[in-house]
Write a protein that binds this ligand. Structure first.
Ligand SMILES: C[S@@+](CC[C@H](N)C(=O)[O-])C[C@H]1O[C@@H](n2cnc3c(N)ncnc32)[C@H](O)[C@@H]1O
Length: 369
């Protein structure tokens, strides 16, 4: 039976979704099957990244709901062979309808608990997109990745990861979250730390391909590296952070101590520049947004863990903020600086804090010239 709903188009794919679905924000379970229009960007990124890999891939969309991501990948990524899995029979009826709607011969539905699917089958690419925290599903998703596979994980539990529910973060991620202007970079790096620790239990390491915060969620794509040495290398990239909101001092330490009390976080890179350079926004559901983020990610200073925010500097020096683009240009005369993707008013730089504050005072519109 064809389920009822409305037809939408994302990228070059038609998708039947329940009429009553989330349009903005984190999305809530409205009917029997979940769909959130705002996650179109998240699905665009999957298509762009998998296309950029440029090779044939077996794909498992572990929690596919309507199968929106699965059918987009099957339809828009050459060489993809997709299994769209969900535990809900209502979801599977949407998946089947969407496979038929797009006449896809390289996509099949699967009506299983993802834990049992990945106990039996493994794939080149596994996508994990649950409600809330991915932690209860990570081990099975890792099992479901073939040797040197790629794992993509979404976390929508931003309140714990970004420090609004620190107790929950400690419980779920065994990490102390950081609040304030570092909270989103921190949340993303806690998610990545948790993934690195899970992978290490299987003697596997990870190399991030792309990791970001957008809208209301964190998302990371990692290339799995095989072997105990790779696992040890990934674990060596975990560390603790000092973030003093009075002095704005930030620093990292491999060990937890009185000053470095936040974390552990992933302190390695977020992105792979090669993959980013091959990603293209053409044909995506929102080309402008995809292009904007591709540029932010490509230009971000990925050797730096710490972000600064214009408002943070402004309230610290008690002077009005300059325009961020002008300030970035000014900073680049003195060192290296670029905007960060986590917030429009945030940036990363290699300029030491003392010098940065002096430059901010000098460049503020309030400065006496
Ligand atoms: C947030 S929705 C997925 C959204 C989807 N990826 C998209 O882009 O529209 C989470 C889905 O996970 C499914 N789910 C929950 N637990 C599951 C499990 N153990 N195995 C498989 N699917 C599960 C739910 O039925 C729900 O459809």
């Amino acid at each position: 039976m064809i389920p009822s709903g409305v037809l939408i188009r994302e990228g070059s794919t038609d998708i039947l979704v329940p009429s009553d679905h989330s349009v903005h924000g984190p999305g809530s379970i409205k009917g029997a099957v979940f769909f959130n229009e705002q996650m179109a960007f998240n699905r665009d990124v999957s298509v762009m990244l998998l296309r950029a890999l440029g090779r044939d891939l077996t794909v498992a969309d572990a929690m596919a709901a309507t199968g929106s991501r699965s059918v987009r990948i099957a339809n828009e990524v050459p060489g993809a062979d997709v299994v769209a899995n969900d535990i809900s029979p209502e979801a599977v009826s949407y998946i089947d309808a969407n496979i038929r709607l797009n006449s896809l011969s390289n996509c099949r539905s699967s009506y299983r608990n993802m834990h049992s699917l990945f106990a039996e089958e493994s794939f080149d690419y596994v996508d994990l997109d649950p409600f809330g925290s991915p932690v209860p599903f990570m081990q099975s998703a890792i099992r479901g990745c073939r040797r040197k596979g790629i794992l993509a994980v979404t976390a929508t539990d931003t309140a714990p990861l970004a420090g609004a529910h620190a107790v929950k973060c400690r419980r779920r991620y065994q990490s102390e979250p950081v609040r304030g202007y570092m909270c989103h970079e921190g949340g993303l790096r806690i998610l990545m730390c948790s993934l690195a620790r899970e992978l290490a239990k299987f003697d596997r390491g990870m190399r991030p391909l792309l990791s970001f915060y957008a809208d209301h969620y964190f998302r990371t794509y990692v290339q799995i590296e095989e072997g105990a040495a790779a696992a040890d290398l990934a674990l060596s990239r975990l560390g603790y952070m000092e973030y003093d909101t009075e002095t704005l001092e930030r620093s990292l330490s491999a060990e937890k101590d009185q000053r470095h009390r936040y974390g552990p976080f992933w302190t390695g890179p977020l992105h792979d520049p090669g993959v980013l350079s091959r990603m293209s926004q053409l044909g995506m559901s929102d080309e402008r947004r995809a292009f904007k983020y591709l540029n932010l990610w490509r230009n971000e200073i990925d050797t730096e863990v710490f972000v600064y925010d214009m408002s943070e500097l402004s309230s610290h020096v008690k002077m009005s903020p300059p325009r961020i683009d002008d300030f970035m240009e000014f900073l680049n005369w003195h060192g290296h600086a670029a905007k960060s993707h986590v917030c429009p008013s945030s940036f990363k730089t290699d300029i030491p804090l003392r010098d940065l504050l002096a430059l901010y005072r000098e460049f503020s519109p309030d400065a006496v010239r």
